[in-house]
Design a protein around this ligand. Structure first.
Ligand SMILES: [Zn+2]
Length: 148
């Protein structure tokens, strides 16, 4: 999918505007997540009872059902765990499981990348796409690692 890179904030945060993306359903449980995303922060959950990280963040740990969870800001870097390329009327879209450096996997989209340049294990970093009134985390290939 061709998207427009709209701006960079700081050294590491990218915002992408694509008015075609639908807004996710808002509810009290995900409000903090989307509020953080609008500020360029990707949150995941960590449980104090079992010490495991999880995504998406929620009020109850999905591993041990403890309510002793906290929301933690991720560094925004990870790699492609798996992906698929969808071809439709709107063009090519890439749906992917991203494994963050913090060890959690999340389903997201990879934008602004040709399918031929994707591979499992490729480094990615978070960007924030506009979906309706909120921003949602998506990923772009992290070419800064190759240049380093
Ligand atoms: Zn737990």
């Amino acid at each position: 999918m061709a998207v427009q890179r709209s701006s960079w904030e700081g050294a590491d945060r990218m915002y992408i505007d694509n008015p075609e993306w639908p807004a996710p359903a808002a509810n009290p449980e995900n409000l903090a997540f989307f509020t953080a995303a609008s500020q360029g922060k990707l949150l995941y959950g960590r449980c104090h009872a079992c010490a495991q990280a999880h995504y998406y963040p929620r009020r109850i740990c999905p591993n041990c059902f403890s309510a002793e969870v906290e929301w933690v800001e991720a560094g925004g870097h990870g790699h492609i765990y798996s992906y698929t390329v969808l071809n439709g009327d709107a063009g090519e879209r890439v749906l992917a499981f991203i494994e963050l450096d913090e060890g959690v996997r999340m389903l997201s989209n990879i934008v602004d990348a040709r399918a031929q340049s994707l591979r499992i294990g490729a480094p990615v970093r978070v960007a924030f796409g506009r979906a309706g009134a909120v921003r949602v985390p998506v990923f772009v290939l992290d070419d800064t690692e190759a240049k380093a």
